[in-house]
Design a protein around this ligand. Structure first.
Ligand SMILES: [Cu+2]
Length: 328
């Protein structure tokens, strides 16, 4: 447990006697600094711009509390510009943070066209109880370039109990309880976008060469992008966060390629009124789905996987399937 979570829980405990009579506000203060990162993908070095040196950026978690409580978490996400925008001039330089899917006032929206500051700011959001689920945060300056450059990360609205402790559930509905959870951040890389500047015609077409889950290539089941050591007969939750710019299909398959069923509980930060049990799920750019599958009662390995597809014709890209791995 980090110092930050500890302080939150301490604050909640101190406030507990008042929890049912007085609204409590818990501040979640997080900061990110812009910096560049060189990463080798398929043997080629690609330059990224990141929030605090990570691709994707570290997840930001904000709590929501049970019905009958008046406590709220407020996110204060501060952006510091450690690095401006190499090679760019206005209006393509500077950075912001946009909380994708959050219902914020225009001043907190990180969109420079609506007069948001591009030299660093603090973005504030207080999610309501019905907003448990997965979101994303990303730079909104010249988005076609800055998003591609790696300025994105998961934003998770996660249930807490009345005392302020995190719950291992997707929502306050106990049917969404899980034993394990991972963020699957879907993204792709067109290296030509990483060197083009301004309003280059390069940005008129998108031709990804590298395909990622949570910043990693995972071209084979033997070299997966994500690994999880679970146990038999347990619930595994995956937060599928679509930051990619193409089409994609998610599935969970065994070593023989047989698709396994999973249940979708939330879509785009809202609980589905009727959870959907599926064996295949299309994820478009910007969409998020939170799913759970149950590992079987016998030992084995399953492979959650994403196949990236051309937005124009739906054709799967060559080497466009990225594998995860769950052993049990
Ligand atoms: Cu930016």
């Amino acid at each position: 447990m980090n110092k930050y979570k500890l302080s939150l829980i301490s604050a909640a405990l101190l406030c507990a006697p008042l929890a049912y009579t007085t609204a409590q506000a818990v501040n979640i203060n997080v900061s990110r600094n812009v910096s560049s990162l060189n990463k080798t993908l398929s043997g080629q070095s690609v330059t990224f711009w990141t929030f605090s040196g990570a691709l994707p950026a570290a997840a930001v978690e904000v709590g929501v509390y049970p019905e009958g409580t008046t406590t709220t978490d407020t996110l204060n996400l501060t952006l510091n510009l450690g690095m401006m925008t190499p090679g760019e001039n206005a209006p393509y330089n500077g950075h912001t943070i946009h909380l994708h899917g959050a219902d914020v006032p225009t001043s907190e929206d990180g969109v420079p066209e609506t007069y948001n500051d591009v030299n660093g700011d603090t973005y504030t959001w207080t999610p309501t109880r019905d907003m448990a689920g997965s979101y994303m945060y990303h730079c909104h300056v010249h988005t076609v370039k800055h998003l591609e450059m790696g300025m994105y990360g998961p934003l998770i609205v996660r249930p807490k109990n009345a005392a302020g402790a995190w719950l291992n559930q997707l929502t306050h509905n106990t049917a969404t309880a899980y034993d394990y959870v991972q963020n699957y951040v879907l993204s792709t890389v067109d290296p030509a976008y990483h060197t083009a500047t301004g309003d280059s015609t390069v940005f008129a077409d998108y031709n990804p060469a590298y395909f990622l889950i949570t910043g990693n290539e995972g071209k084979t089941t033997a070299a997966p992008a994500m690994s999880l050591t679970a146990a038999k007969s347990k619930k595994v939750a995956l937060r599928l966060i679509g930051i990619h710019s193409v089409s994609s299909t998610f599935a969970v398959k065994d070593g023989s390629g047989v698709a396994k069923s999973f249940t979708v509980y939330t879509q785009d930060g809202r609980a589905l009124s009727t959870p959907q049990t599926l064996t295949s799920l299309d994820i478009s750019p910007g969409q998020r789905f939170d799913i759970i599958f149950t590992t079987p009662s016998t030992a084995g390995t399953w492979y959650p996987q994403v196949t990236y597809k051309n937005l124009r014709n739906g054709a799967a890209y060559t080497s466009g399937t990225v594998y995860g791995k769950v052993t049990f």
